[in-house]
Design a protein around this ligand. Structure first.
Ligand SMILES: CC(=O)SCCNC(=O)CCNC(=O)[C@H](O)C(C)(C)COP(=O)(O)OP(=O)(O)OC[C@H]1O[C@@H](n2cnc3c(N)ncnc32)[C@H](O)[C@@H]1OP(=O)(O)O
Length: 157
């Protein structure tokens, strides 16, 4: 994997309570965020922090790329680590809810984020990392070294 280096004026870090507005704005470019309060947001972050793998590492890993000067959220994304029975009790990374704020697209931040999340999956011992995406984003993920494998199926409620 050829990781793209993060520009000097940006930081990648785990999501925090203060990212409430920035996270919602970025994710609104992906889908409907709905009504969520700061309290509910904090409760989700606390829940994510509480879910541990048998190794003691966190299963939910949501990161933001922020502008160093302003702390504005430029991009957000998650890798969830799943413990399985198969593959000798192996781990699989699931990349979810990737969004670059529309003001920041086209600057390689999406690729930087995916490279970062993929490296987290590798460091945590996953034997693979997978994701579902819209057909229109296949080219983006190919630029991040992902390859098409199977098709998504779903049932909606
Ligand atoms: C698992 C999921 O969550 S899938 C959901 C993905 N998120 C969304 O669709 C939300 C709305 N879209 C976005 O947030 C952004 O447009 C993203 C995440 C798709 C791309 O982020 P950006 O920061 O704009 O892309 P970035 O600048 O890193 O692009 C990297 C490379 O991919 C290319 N690229 C970007 N988007 C696309 C695309 N949709 N199709 C093909 N190529 C693309 C770029 O041209 C660039 O190529 P280059 O290296 O040859 O110059």
């Amino acid at each position: 994997m050829t990781a793209t280096t993060i520009p000097n004026d940006y930081t990648v870090r785990r999501i925090e309570s203060r990212d409430f507005e920035g996270a919602k704005t970025a994710l609104a470019g992906l889908t409907i965020v709905g009504e969520i309060s700061q309290k509910e947001f904090d409760s989700i972050l606390n829940y994510w922090d509480s879910v541990l793998l048998p190794t003691g590492e966190q299963a939910y890993n949501t990161f933001v790329i922020t502008v160093k000067d302003t702390e504005r959220v430029a991009a957000i994304g998650t890798i969830f680590i799943e413990k399985k029975i198969i593959h000798n009790g192996g781990l699989v990374g699931h990349i979810e809810d990737i969004a670059v704020n529309s003001d920041f697209r086209g600057q390689k931040l999406g690729k930087i984020l995916i490279d970062y999340l993929s490296s987290v999956g590798k460091q945590l011992g996953c034997y693979k990392t997978i994701l579902d995406c819209d057909v229109k984003n296949v080219g983006f993920y190919e630029k991040c070294d992902y390859k098409e494998a199977g098709i998504e199926m779903q049932i909606r409620y």
